[in-house]
Design a protein around this ligand. Structure first.
Ligand code: ZN
Length: 167
């Protein structure tokens, strides 16, 4: 049995800015309206025969969407990007292939520094999937789940999908 949440219709969305460091056009700060679709495969179980309670799953995804909403998403683990804190600001330096250094400074509250190598739709889909798995596991709800699949859409019509197999 597959449980499905459609991000557009279920309100699983956030707007955020990011930088794909090194990319010709996407290496400039820009934003997307993101939609997050989730699929869970598993056996119906418990009193109600649920794979997972929709309400719980939506709440988990909405939590992460609201953490990312209206922030600049910065990949903490990018190999050519360094960051440091300067009071209430965060200072970023990205070294381009040419050796040129791009420098940025932002208020800390405008940033979400993520434990990722990049903030592409690909890496965000892995981040969402692992986040969902972690929350379900902490609530002891992952036992009947076979796999979790998350699609992070950068607007309508393009997205990256990641599947995590639990069994
Ligand atoms: Zn982008």
């Amino acid at each position: 049995m597959i449980l499905e949440l459609n991000g557009i219709y279920a309100g699983l969305r956030f707007s955020a800015a990011h930088i794909v460091f090194g990319h010709d056009s996407c290496g400039v700060i820009h934003g997307h309206s993101y939609y997050v679709d989730v699929k869970l495969s598993g056996e119906p179980s418990g009193e109600f025969g649920f794979v997972c309670d929709f309400k719980i799953l939506k709440q988990i995804v909405k939590e992460l969407c609201s953490e990312l909403d209206h922030k600049l998403l910065v990949p903490r683990d990018h190999e050519n990007m360094e960051y440091s804190m300067e009071g209430d600001s965060i200072y970023l330096e990205y070294v381009e292939k040419s050796g040129n250094v791009k420098k940025y400074m932002f208020p800390v509250e405008d940033i979400n520094l993520l434990p990722l190598k990049s903030t592409t739709a690909e890496d965000l889909s892995i981040y969402f999937t692992n986040y969902i798995e972690d929350k379900l596991q902490k609530m002891d709800l992952e036992k009947s789940i076979e796999w979790i699949e998350t699609t992070v859409n950068e607007g309508i019509g393009q997205g990256a999908r990641y599947t995590l197999h639990l069994k």
